[in-house]
Design a protein around this ligand. Structure first.
Ligand SMILES: *[C@@H]1O[C@H](CO)[C@@H](O)[C@H](O)[C@H]1NC(C)=O
Length: 368
């Protein structure tokens, strides 16, 4: 029937004709298969690929592809044809070969959400989530022999400082510092304490400190210490909002990297007062993490954080899932600092022997 619809004339272009013919042949094959499949006794055919199943390959000649109408028609056909055989073989396994819509599951596209880890326990209780999470953030995953706990001055202060980077040779940071190739980004919100940044700059790192409370847009304080009046968000400002303001002060880290022409950050330090969870999520979803060598994050646990919604137990599960994504991307926790000077509160509760504030340091094992 389809053949009758083929216009007898108007095929001046031979290539188009051949293309259409090939498509029609493919469609006929599909139809034949669709009809034949219900007859196959269930279970007789292996659930995987049937060897004699013919495949439809869209003609890929010098022409850019099938005519639009044809390709749309084909997709529609596939849908209806698939529904026709009731439960024909291999539920759940994608049917290979003929008629599979092409390019549907492109592997590398934008991600819109992180993968949540399973609940810590069957009751999905806060207790279970909290215990798992707190154990996780308190357990270093690798040892770091040369840890700088006070910028780059080691052993100068008896007080343990939270901001720790790992200077073991295998991780490359020490080498980057020696060759003056080191770059530190520091994300903050009005913090007065720039001890770590100053120390890293003096040690040889190019330091970019982002803080919305900085006096002017870009200030070079010393040879290697920049202050930028910018704050890091997990989304760029809406264009309609941003347009009237000539210099919007909020940006995603990926956007800043692009704007500055920076491809790598040796150390990313962040103290974002509960915005760290959404920022971390953004870094994961946009694959920014692979550009970062070491992460030093202050995390805040006295409440769920900006734009983290849901029950308390689901918030903790979300935090945990974020950190597991870090692990999946090759980051290993080498230092955990529990801040006993801050309120000892966990989601407004005085329980689990937890602090509201920890500083965690990770090293990217895939960093080159
Ligand atoms: C509570 O935390 C403190 C500080 O981390 C630790 O020294 C102490 O052993 C913990 N107490 C219990 C009961 O786990």
């Amino acid at each position: 029937m389809a053949r009758e619809r083929l216009p007898a004339r108007g095929c001046g272009d031979l290539r188009r004709c051949l293309l259409a013919a090939a498509l029609l042949l493919g469609l006929r094959l599909c139809a034949e298969l669709g009809r034949a499949r219900p007859g196959v006794p269930a279970g007789s055919a292996p659930p995987g690929r049937a060897p004699r199943q013919p495949r439809l390959h869209l003609p890929s000649g010098p022409a850019s592809g099938p005519p639009r109408g044809a390709s749309r028609r084909q997709v529609t056909y596939v849908r209806s044809g698939r529904r026709a055989p009731p439960g024909g073989g291999g539920r759940g396994t994608p049917e290979p070969g003929c008629c599979a819509p092409r390019g549907r599951a492109s592997r590398k596209g934008p991600r819109w959400h992180i993968d949540l880890q399973p609940w810590a326990g069957p009751s999905q209780s806060l207790e279970e989530e909290a215990v798992r999470f707190l154990r996780y953030i308190s357990t270093p995953q690798i040892a770091c022999a040369h840890m700088s706990t006070d910028g780059l001055v080691t052993g100068s202060s008896p007080i343990q400082k939270p901001w720790s980077v790992c200077l073991d040779d295998q991780f490359g940071l020490a080498h980057q510092i020696r060759s003056k190739q080191c770059r530190l980004y520091s994300l903050g919100l009005g913090s007065e304490d720039t001890h770590f940044e100053v120390s890293m700059a003096n040690g040889g790192c190019e330091v970019h400190r982002f803080d919305p409370s900085v006096r002017s847009a870009h200030v070079l304080e010393s040879q290697r210490l920049w202050h930028h009046r910018l704050s890091i968000d997990w989304r760029d400002p809406h264009p309609a909002v941003a347009a009237p303001k000539t210099h919007s002060s909020t940006r995603k880290l990926g956007t800043i990297l692009n704007d500055f022409g920076h491809h790598k950050i040796d150390v990313l330090k962040a103290d974002l007062e509960s915005a760290e969870w959404k920022v971390l999520e953004n870094l994961i979803l946009e694959d920014i993490l692979e550009q970062i060598g070491q992460l030093v994050f202050e995390i805040h646990l006295h409440w769920a954080g900006f734009e983290v919604s849901g029950s308390d137990s689901s918030a903790v599960r979300f935090w945990y899932s974020l950190l597991k994504e870090l692990e999946l991307k090759g980051f290993r926790l080498f230092h955990s600092y529990k801040d006993l000077s801050k309120p000892q509160l966990f989601l407004k509760r005085d329980s689990f022997n937890a602090s509201s504030c920890y500083t965690l340091s990770w090293v990217n094992m895939r960093w080159k």
